[in-house]
Design a protein around this ligand. Structure first.
Ligand code: RB5
Length: 145
């Protein structure tokens, strides 16, 4: 599984922690920045990462800002993206099982790194249930046309 990471300054430190965590687990991760704690506009990073998930360059994205909200709103503007804001493993599990979410967003100012890693694990390890959920996801796709 190919994973892209991204953050603004508000999510830089948590994004770095998640990157190290995933690298230590042997995961295939690419970092789209930011690469310093300097101020950066989250829509810029969100757009770059979201387009790369939507075009199939990556299987999943993990985006972090201060709250996880702005970067998720921005990512969801890209056709084909279903970005889910999750700060607990239950939400992460069902964002995958029912919504086939392809990007996870979190807020560094909201969640500690231990819980964030558990959320990331669940998000990456859980499959879409398919079945009648496919029709609902297809309705969302119809809205993008
Ligand atoms: C940056 O201060 C902050 O607004 C941003 O990281 C994010 O929380 C926006 O939703």
């Amino acid at each position: 599984m190919k994973i892209v990471l991204g953050s603004d300054h508000g999510g830089f430190r948590l994004k770095e922690e998640i990157k190290q965590y995933l690298i230590e687990k042997g995961m295939n991760v690419t970092d789209y920045g930011s690469f310093t704690p300097e101020r950066v506009d989250y829509p810029v990073v969100a757009a770059k990462a979201a387009h790369a998930v939507a075009d199939g360059t990556f299987d999943r994205g993990i985006l972090v800002c201060g709250t996880g909200i702005g970067i998720g709103i921005a990512a969801n503007k890209v056709r084909g993206i279903r970005a889910a804001l999750c700060h607990d493993p239950y939400s992460a599990e069902f964002s995958r099982r029912h919504n086939d979410a392809n990007i996870l967003t979190m807020g560094e100012r909201i969640i500690g790194s231990g819980l964030a890693k558990a959320v990331v694990n669940t998000f990456l390890q859980t499959d879409f249930d398919g079945s009648y959920h496919t029709a609902r996801v297809n309705m969302i796709k119809e809205m993008e046309k």
